[in-house]
Design a protein around this ligand. Structure first.
Ligand code: NAD
Length: 360
């Protein structure tokens, strides 16, 4: 059966890294007879320039029709003077996330042993790190009502937000996390603040209920302050972590920095049915765009994640990840991860090396 993949290269280094990911997808498509049909469309600043809209109707129609979306990055100084609602990030990327109801954010923090020196932590603490943080993306305190800044009767200004989750929202993100854990080491740590916040007392209760449906997964709970501490003390203790929007925002950035190399990190945002948009954690890197030096590996690993989580193509995903490992073993590095004694390569040379490793 044909699976439709939509590639949205976007802006800055987006088109450069998207081209490398497409090379890699073409190879596994043929090797595993995946039946992928890969299409491309404009989004972000490129779409504003061509069609006057960061998410043209034609692109949105393709997003809706696709089984999975692979996005490069959007934005850049050229469009920063536009009103906020028309900018590539809000009118392109965030609009797709909202309209497709992509509530489940998967942020792996993986540190290949070969790159352990890039971390600010001691190599033995992080070498071989492989954590997946599952963050709820469309609810919680970032969206809760009422919210605002008001002036009290005594003239003092007060800011307020509402931290709210209903059990259905908790259950659906919990399910994403349990399913992800089933594909990994089957250990899930749910992060909350159930000693203080009622909303996360409910969070914990619902996770416990869900856990009964996944007896193979070892479920544990951790308060968010302890989780932050454990992430920098002994991060390798974790397999999958699941948490709400705000805690996940903070913990996933901390976890990303454990790896020290933003050009290596993929992410996914999933809907209820597992359809998702996959993208590197980094932005469009306008400072290096057009020079052919961007690291395409986050984009290539994002493509592997897409095959695994939205398209059920585990073997092809694992083969891409193994090929990335091989090129790192060979000592090939783009400028962002280069160190003395390794070989500096361009964006396309890195993509070609992954292709060669797939064909070896
Ligand atoms: P950035 O991630 O684009 O760049 C930060 C630094 O990391 C830069 O020095 C850049 O050269 C480097 N870098 C990033 N990716 C790299 C790669 N693959 N290889 C080598 N080096 C890499 O973040 P920024 O500079 O804050 O943002 C630039 C633009 O990207 C802004 O317009 C911002 O809004 C946008 N942005 C988009 C997304 C997205 O599309 N998901 C995410 C973040 C930022």
């Amino acid at each position: 059966m044909t699976k439709n993949v939509l590639v949205l290269p976007g802006d800055g280094i987006g088109p450069e890294i998207a081209a490398e990911a497409r090379k890699v997808l073409d190879v596994v498509n043929a090797q595993f007879d995946l039946g992928l049909s890969v299409d491309e469309a404009l989004v972000g600043g490129a779409a504003i320039d061509a069609a006057g809209d960061a998410l043209p109707a034609e692109t949105w129609a393709k997003c809706e029709a696709a089984d999975a979306i692979l996005l490069g990055a959007v934005g850049g100084p050229k469009w920063d003077t536009l009103p906020p609602n028309e900018r590539p990030e809000k009118a392109g990327l965030l609009k797709i996330r909202a309209q497709l109801d992509l509530f489940g954010n998967l942020r792996p923090a993986i540190l290949s042993p070969q790159l352990a020196d890039a971390s600010s932590l001691k190599p033995e603490v992080v070498a071989g790190l492989d954590i997946l943080i599952v963050r709820e993306l469309t609810g919680g305190i970032y969206f809760g009502e009422p919210r605002g800044i008001r002036t009290l009767e005594n003239g003092v200004r007060q800011g307020y937000n509402t931290y709210v989750y209903d059990e259905d929202e908790i259950r659906r993100i919990g399910r994403v996390a349990f399913e992800a854990a089933m594909k990994r080491d089957k250990r899930l740590c749910s992060v909350d603040k159930a000693n203080v916040l009622e909303v996360t007392m409910l969070w914990r209760e619902v996770m416990e209920e869900l856990g009964k449906e996944y007896p193979e997964v070892e479920l544990s709970h951790m308060y968010v302050d302890n989780a932050a501490m454990q992430l920098v003390r002994a991060p390798k203790q974790f397999d999958v972590m699941v948490t709400g929007n705000m805690f996940g925002d903070i913990l996933s950035d901390a976890a990303a920095m454990l790896t020290g190399s933003i050009g290596m990190l993929p992410s996914a945002s999933l809907d209820q049915n597992g359809k998702g948009m996959y993208e590197p954690c980094h932005g469009s890197a306008p400072d290096i765009a057009g020079q052919g030096i961007a690291n395409p590996l986050a984009m290539i690993i994002s493509a592997a994640m897409m095959l695994r989580h939205s398209l059920g193509m585990e073997d092809a995903a694992a083969k891409i990840e193994a090929a990335v490992d091989t090129v790192l073993d060979q000592g090939l590095r783009t400028g962002d991860i280069w160190s003395e004694g390794t070989q500096k390569v361009s964006t396309s040379e890195m993509g070609d090396a992954v292709v060669a490793a797939l064909n070896a």
